[in-house]
Write a protein that binds this ligand. Structure first.
Ligand SMILES: Nc1ncnc2c1ncn2[C@@H]1O[C@H](COP(=O)(O)OP(=O)(O)OP(=O)(O)O)[C@@H](O)[C@H]1O
Length: 259
C-alpha cells in the first residue's frame, strides 16, 4: 500500500448564502520518500487539499490514509509548513524550534541533540540564541523548517514556503530542503505557483484544474532531472522542455477559467 493515499475527496465550502465546490473526486497516492508538488490556477483547491491531508479540514467525502492510518485530525506523523514562518518574536530561535517538542512532551537530551544537528544542517546553529526579528527572511524560514522537522514527522506538507523570499535565497533554500529531506528520508508535498520550483524539486507533479478543483494531469519528472540538485536541474535541457509543456497546460486551464 502506498505511504499516502487520497481517495475520492470531495469538498464543499458552505457559507450563509453560497456553496463552493472546492474539490471534486480527487485521488492520488504518494510513495514513502517521494517529493510531489501541486500546481494549478488560483482557487483550484491546492491549499484545501493540503489542509485535508493535514487533518485540519474534514472533507465532505473521501479518505486520507498515511502510513496505514486514516487521518481525521492533526497527527504527529504530519509536519506542516506555511508561507509565513509563524515564529514567536519573544522567543529565541532555540526556544522556537523546540516548542513543538515541548508541547508533545518530547523535549529530551536526545531530541535537543537532534535539533542542534538540524540547526547545523540548515546553517543557523550560530543564531540559536537570537530572536526572529534579528534574522533575515531566509534564516527565519530555515528555522521554521527545523521546527517542523524537530518533532520527526514522516511527511512534510509545504504550502508555498519560499514565496515570500527573494529569488537567490529561494534557490539556495530549494537545494537545502531537497538535500535535508533526502538525508532524513522524508516524504513531501509542496504547494507552489512556481512551475520551475515544482520541476526542480519534485519526483512527480500534479496539475490541478479549477471550478471544481481536480487533478488534470500528472507529470513524472525525468530521471536525469531527479538525479540533480534543484539548482543544477534548472540548467538541464529536459527542464525547459517540461517547463514549456506545463506552462502551456496551465495557460489553457487559465484561459478556460476566464470564459
Ligand atoms: N474558508 C473558505 N470559505 C469559503 N470558500 C473557501 C474557503 N477557503 C477556500 N475557499 C474557496 O475554495 C476554492 C479553493 O480554494 P483554495 O484556497 O484551496 O485554492 P488554492 O488553489 O490553494 O488557491 P491559491 O492558489 O490562490 O492559494 C476557492 O474557490 C476558494 O475561494
Amino acid at each position: 500500500m502506498p505511504f499516502l493515499t487520497v481517495e475520492h475527496i470531495h469538498h464543499i465550502y458552505f457559507t450563509k448564502d453560497s456553496a463552493t465546490v472546492a474539490l471534486e473526486d480527487v485521488q492520488l497516492s504518494v510513495e514513502e520518500g517521494e517529493f510531489v508538488s501541486f500546481l494549478g490556477p488560483s482557487g483550484c483547491g491546492k491549499t484545501t487539499l493540503l489542509s485535508i491531508i493535514a487533518g485540519l479540514i474534514k472533507p465532505v467525502e473521501g479518505t486520507v490514509t498515511i502510513a496505514n492510518k486514516v487521518i481525521s485530525k492533526p497527527d504527529s506523523v504530519i509536519g506542516y509548513m506555511l508561507q509565513q514562518d509563524y515564529l514567536f518574536p519573544w522567543k529565541t530561535i532555540e526556544e522556537n524550534v523546540t516548542l513543538g517538542l515541548k508541547v508533545i512532551g518530547k523535549k529530551t537530551k536526545e531530541s535537543k541533540r537532534t535539533t542542534l544537528s538540524l540547526l547545523k544542517t540548515m546553517g543557523i546553529d550560530s543564531v540559536e540564541n537570537q530572536y526572529p526579528g534579528q534574522l533575515s527572511g531566509g534564516m527565519r524560514q530555515r528555522a521554521a523548517l527545523v521546527r517542523t522537522l524537530a518533532t520527526n514527522p514522516k511527511i512534510l506538507l509545504l504550502d508555498e514556503p519560499f514565496s515570500a523570499l527573494d529569488y537567490q535565497t529561494k534557490l539556495k533554500l530549494e537545494d537545502l530542503v531537497v538535500e535535508t529531506l533526502k538525508e532524513f528520508k522524508k516524504t513531501a508535498l509542496l504547494v507552489t505557483h512556481d512551475i520551475g520550483e515544482a520541476i526542480a524539486m519534485s519526483d512527480r507533479i500534479f496539475v490541478f484544474s479549477s471550478k471544481p478543483g481536480k487533478i488534470n494531469r500528472t507529470y513524472v519528472v525525468p530521471k536525469e532531472l531527479r538525479e540533480l540538485t534543484p539548482f543544477d536541474a534548472r540548467q538541464h535541457p529536459s527542464f525547459s522542455l517540461l517547463f514549456q509543456q506545463i506552462w502551456k497546460e496551465l495557460d489553457q486551464l487559465e484561459t478556460k477559467n476566464d470564459h
